[in-house]
Design a protein around this ligand. Structure first.
Ligand SMILES: Cc1ncc(COP(=O)(O)O)c(C=O)c1O
Length: 461
């Protein structure tokens, strides 16, 4: 692909340095410019239609078309008070309402909401809160934080350190000190032969306990976990994993931070992924679907115990010396509040539950395909993992780039889908209809056939 001279695509190549993009390729080929959206579809400069199977970046729960209620909420707030901040006790009205709403919606008793602009910032802030809290509680050595293999918690310094994907560490001089790594609860990939799913979950919990004991429980502060590990490849925890992990965390007084950045607001068929999997978090981070991806906003919920420690220590110092210019931005908060009202009016959780069986049926139709190793899904998020050998679960040589090649074929077929190595991830807008999901998987099915034909031609299938 080479962009037309002077097109937006060419100018993008000339002037824009993207994140998560091969910079040389973008400079040479130009960007993929999206002009408008409608439901789950987006359209290019040339008018070509794509089904975005990942809701952008797991965020556009209401799709890509204009949402008049959100437009009105933003407009009204911009006309009334376009900016105010949250330092030194100041606050704008929608921020108060949003904080109250989030505390009321929380899956476990929570005390306060804190606002940021992105999931990464929320997780970095949560790390700082935990360090501050343990100093406040007079246990300054209790600072280490555990995260899992294949976790994704964002890209800022602490969040990227928690992320368990090597690409986010290579040449960035990360992770920082004090981050510990434990098992990914993916039974299909990491379960041993003849090991039951529950025995695998027990092994994960035993390994966690061993890690905490080896480090010294007095040094371990918190465990960060996504209910479903999205960017790791939509990894759904093994059965009984959370009851076993929770027991270990409680035993050693290790706080649980649930990263609900993808799962929050209905994605797994409950308001929170935490509820779907029986997690008992002390802190919850959220972003993305909080505003249907339409404005940048993230939040952290903290329970009473965490709040009291932060409150008393901030009193000692004269203030909690952490905050962002745009923490609790009034326009983003007004849009988030209206997004939640839309979810309530649409009964979005019920809608996800009603459409999830269709999503599941469509995905299960691929189980017997010669390239498909595992089909995993919960609510309206899932992945199809391609393997070289269905029986042994052996993966393709990463050099073959099977997943990325499928993505190229899918692109030609008008489908945007995300590969995590050879797992293809699906996270369609929550407002999708059954017919739209059938359309999405139809496009995927044609791309899968193209991939299979290509592998056969190359002698790999
Ligand atoms: C689970 C999870 N946490 C955190 C983040 C980081 O959020 P952001 O990209 O808004 O910084 C992401 C982003 O995909 C995520 O999936």
């Amino acid at each position: 692909m080479t962009a037309r001279p002077n097109s937006l695509a060419a100018r993008d190549g000339a002037y824009h340095f993207h994140g998560y993009t091969n910079a040389l390729k973008n400079e040479q080929e130009g960007g993929f410019v999206v002009m408008r959206g409608d439901g789950p579809f987006v359209y290019t400069e040339e008018g070509k239609e794509y089904f975005d199977g990942l809701s952008g970046l797991w965020c556009c729960s209401l799709g890509f078309g204009p949402q008049p209620r959100l437009v009105e909420a933003a407009k009204k707030q911009m006309e009334t008070l376009p900016f105010y901040h949250t330092f030194t006790q100041k606050v704008a009205a929608p921020v108060v309402e949003l904080a109250e709403k989030l505390v009321q919606l929380a899956p476990v008793p929570m005390s306060k909401a804190y606002f940021c602009n992105s999931g990464s910032e929320a997780n970095d802030t949560a790390v700082k809160m935990i360090w501050y809290l343990n100093n406040a509680l007079g246990r300054p050595q209790k600072k280490k934080i555990i995260a899992r293999v294949k976790a994704y918690h964002g890209v800022t310094v602490a969040a990227a350190s928690l992320t368990g994907l090597p690409a986010l560490h290579n040449d960035f001089d990360l992770p920082i000190a004090g981050i510990l790594r434990t098992d990914c609860p993916h039974y299909y990939r990491f379960g041993e032969e003849d090991e039951s799913e529950e025995a695998f979950a027990a092994r994960c919990a035993d390994n966690l306990e061993r890690l905490i004991l080896a480090e010294g429980p007095e040094t371990v502060a918190a465990f960060f976990a996504e209910p479903v590990q999205g960017a790791g490849g939509v990894i759904i925890p093994a059965k009984t994993y959370w009851e076993k992990i929770t027991a270990v965390l409680k035993k050693y007084d290790v706080l649980l931070v649930a990263d609900e950045v993808i799962c929050g607001f209905g994605r797994t068929g409950n308001w929170w992924g935490t509820q779907t999997f029986g997690m008992r978090p002390d802190i919850i981070t959220m972003a993305k679907q909080l505003s249907a991806g339409q404005l940048p906003i993230a939040a952290i919920l903290i329970n009473q115990r965490v709040f009291e420690a932060l409150r008393d220590n901030s009193n000692k110092h004269g203030g909690f010396a952490h905050g962002l210019t745009y923490s609790g931005h009034p326009v983003a908060s007004a849009v988030a509040l209206e997004t939640i009202r839309i979810y309530e009016d649409l009964r979005i959780v019920d809608h996800v539950r009603s459409i999830a069986p269709h999503f599941e049926r469509e995905m299960n139709a691929f189980i017997d395909h010669p390239l498909v190793g595992e089909v995993r899904k919960v609510g309206l998020v899932g992945a199809i993992e391609l393997v070289k050998n269905k029986k042994t679960h052996e993966s393709f040589d990463p050099k073959l780039a099977v997943g990325p090649t499928l993505v190229k074929f899918a692109h030609e077929r008008g489908l945007i889908v995300r590969p995590v190595i050879d797992s293809l991830c699906f996270c369609p807008p929550m407002i999708s209809t059954e017919a739209q999901l059938t359309d999405m998987f139809g496009r995927f099915s044609r791309a899968l056939k193209d991939t299979h034909d290509w592998l056969k031609r190359e002698g790999h299938a």
